[in-house]
Design a protein around this ligand. Structure first.
Ligand code: HPA
Length: 206
C-alpha cells in the first residue's frame, strides 16, 4: 500500500516472505530491495516473537537493539548486487538515532517499550526448551523466524533500520502452555494497535 502516514510518504507491506516457506534468503529480502530501489531511506520492520528475557510476556513490545543470525543463511551470499559492499558492516544495524526516537515517542505516548536482542531462527517448528536455554546463554531476549534477512539486505542497500517485536508468548518452557499459532496471532492483533501508534509517532518525528 502506498500512501501518507504521520506526514511521510510510505510504502506499507502487508505480510512478508519467510525462509520457512521455502524461499531463498534473497527472495525474503526482495521487498526491501524494491523499497530501496524506489528511493526509500528508512525501513521499519515488525514481527512476532517469543519472549526469553524475564519481563517480556505476551503483549509486550520490544525495540530490537541487535540480532543474532541463527538462520545459518544470509541474503547476500552469491555475487554482490551492484552497489552493495561485499562485506557490509553490521556493528550497528538498528539505527541508534531511530531507536532513540522510538523510545522518546513511546515515553511521550505512555507505550511500554522494552529493548533487547532478537535471535532469528529458521523455524517453522517452535524451539525446544533446551534451545531456549541455549539462546538465553547466547544473549537473546526474544526469538522469532523473520526480520534478520531483511535487515541484512537493508543495511547492504544503505537503508536505516528500525525494528520492533510484538512479544506474543513466553518462549518454550518459560510459560505454562504449549506454543500455538493461534495464541501468537491473538496477541499480535492485540498489541498491533499500540505498535501502530508507535510507528505513526516515529514517522511524524523523522
Ligand atoms: N519462537 C519463534 N518464533 C516465534 C515465537 C516463538 O516462541 N513466537 C512468535 N514467533
Amino acid at each position: 500500500v502506498a500512501g501518507t502516514l504521520g506526514g511521510r510518504r510510505v510504502l506499507v507491506q502487508s505480510g512478508r516472505f519467510h525462509g520457512y516457506e521455502g524461499h531463498a534468503p534473497a527472495t525474503v529480502a526482495l521487498p526491501v530491495r524494491l523499497f530501496a530501489g524506489l528511493g526509500a531511506g528508512t525501513v521499519i520492520l515488525t514481527n512476532a516473537a517469543g519472549g526469553i528475557a524475564a519481563p517480556l510476556g505476551p503483549g509486550a513490545l520490544m525495540l530490537i537493539a541487535d540480532h543474532l543470525n541463527l538462520m545459518f543463511a544470509n541474503p547476500l551470499v552469491g555475487p554482490p548486487i551492484p552497489g552493495d559492499p561485499r562485506f557490509p558492516d553490521m556493528s550497528a544495524p538498528y539505527d541508534p538515532a531511530l531507536r532513540a526516537l522510538a523510545r522518546r515517542v513511546a515515553a511521550e505516548q505512555g507505550i511500554g517499550l522494552a529493548e533487547g536482542v532478537y535471535a532469528g531462527v529458521s523455524g517453522p517448528s517452535y524451539e525446544t526448551r533446551a534451545e531456549i536455554g541455549m539462546l538465553r546463554v547466547l544473549g537473546a531476549d526474544a526469538v522469532g523466524m523473520s526480520t534478520v534477512p531483511e535487515v541484512i539486505a537493508a543495511r547492504a542497500a544503505g537503508l536505516r533500520c528500525l525494528a520492533v517485536s510484538i512479544i506474543t508468548n513466553r518462549a518454550a518452557g518459560l510459560g505454562a502452555a504449549r506454543l500455538s499459532h493461534e495464541e501468537v496471532m491473538r496477541e499480535a492483533h492485540g498489541a498491533g494497535v499500540r505498535l501502530g501508534r508507535l510507528v505513526r509517532g516515529v514517522l511524524a518525528g523523522l
